[in-house]
Design a protein around this ligand. Structure first.
Ligand SMILES: Nc1ncnc2c1ncn2[C@@H]1O[C@H](COP(=O)(O)OP(=O)(O)OP(=O)(O)O)[C@@H](O)[C@H]1O
Ligand SMILES: [Mg+2]
Length: 340
């Protein structure tokens, strides 16, 4: 784990959905990671690996039939798992804010765009009505909304999907949060606006020392914007490393598979090699390492026993038998050892 000061430390977080007939879907199944202060942590992993549910657990936004079963979410030493709804309301949209994958869910349909954003300026920052209106217009301009003077009087349903996403980003940034969680924030936007928004997040990070959790499928964006990366598979972190190490010396066979299979700007489409097989379904989870059925190196040990998330070096963790003394397979596969 990172030796730097952390704003958020998640230990063994477990969030499940309890469906009919005793069916438990372990969406987040023992997640552990740190977000160092002022830094950006990227979370990557195939669809369904538990990225969004981890993010929503941090803000305690998991409703029935979902439940946080256990673990700790330490935000500046306050354990959010134990915090009351009243305490969470002081934190949400103020000290921690989130940009959701699905923008409609987080905008209130009965307030205008201007009312929603200005709330953060007038309530949390104590600005007058006139000052906060000026700030709202500035913020809407910043996120690329044309004629913001007119837009502030519109309701969410009057805006297109892309515009709503920008309003949500403006709202999340207006409160100047200590931690911003961005879940695929720019996928619905065109490339120019995407770049502008990433730049805006970076500027605020420099100015305010804001920490960021960035969930994305775009490894190019990860390489450019993140300091650390957590790779998730089937509700667990399988590798955590600083961004340079992760791209230069990926160690978990799943991380290697992801790097080879997701498109990046510096690769040709033809060079991509998909990971064979598919993500196991939650009601048919392998007993040992979740990735064993798809892993080219798996042995009986991997199929039978789940490896721990072990520290390797100062700021790296890996959940894989290959890097333990118990490894009983081909010693040659440790080719992902760090280069000197
Ligand atoms: N309301 C729900 N009821 C039951 N299962 C759920 C519910 N919400 C999420 N899940 C399950 O939890 C798991 C993790 O979902 P999550 O949305 O966190 O994935 P993700 O990594 O964000 O995927 P994506 O990249 O597609 O956004 C999935 O298996 C999903 O089916
Ligand atoms: Mg998601």
């Amino acid at each position: 784990m990172s030796k730097e000061n952390s704003i958020l430390k998640i230990n063994n977080l477990q969030t499940s959905f309890f469906l009919e007939g005793d069916n438990e879907v372990k969406a987040v199944d023992g997640v552990t990671f740190d977000v160092p202060k002022g830094k950006t942590l990227g979370i990557v992993g195939e669809s369904g690996s538990g990225k969004s549910i981890t993010a929503m657990s941090i803000l305690k936004l998991i409703g029935h039939p979902g439940k946080i079963k256990g673990g700790e979410i330490l935000f500046n030493d306050q354990n959010l798992v134990e915090s009351s709804e009243k305490e969470m309301r002081k934190i949400r949209g103020n000290r921690i804010s989130m940009i959701f994958q699905e923008p409609m869910t987080s905008l209130n349909p009965v307030y205008t765009v201007g009312q929603q954003i200005s709330e953060s300026y007038s309530i949390h920052q104590g600005l007058s009505k006139k000052e906060s209106k000026k700030k709202v217009i500035e913020m809407l301009k910043l996120v690329g909304i044309p004629s913001p003077e007119k837009r502030i009087n519109q309701y969410p349903f009057e805006l297109s999907g892309g515009m709503r996403q920008r309003v949500m980003i403006a709202m999340a940034l207006a409160c100047r949060p200590e931690l911003l969680i961005a879940d695929e924030p720019t996928t619905a936007l065109d490339v120019t606006i995407q770049a502008q928004i990433l730049e805006l997040i970076r500027e605020l990070q420099d100015e305010l020392g804001m920490s960021v959790i960035f969930i994305t499928h775009d490894l190019g964006v990860v390489a450019e914007t993140c300091d650390y990366v957590a790779v998730m598979y089937c509700g667990k972190v399988v590798e955590y490393a600083d961004v340079k190490t992760l791209f230069k010396n990926p160690r978990h066979p799943y991380t290697v598979g992801l790097l080879n299979s997701l498109p990046r700007s510096d690769m040709d489409q033809e060079e991509l090699i998909p990971i064979k097989g598919t993500v196991p379904s939650p009601d048919d989870m392998p007993e040992g390492c979740r990735f064993a059925p798809r892993c080219p190196f798996a042995t009986d040990l991997c199929r039978e026993k789940l490896p721990n998330l072990d520290d390797i070096g100062d700021a790296e963790q890996i959940r894989c038998w290959i890097y333990t003394d118990e490894w009983d397979g081909d010693p040659e596969v440790k080719v992902y050892e760090p280069q000197k």
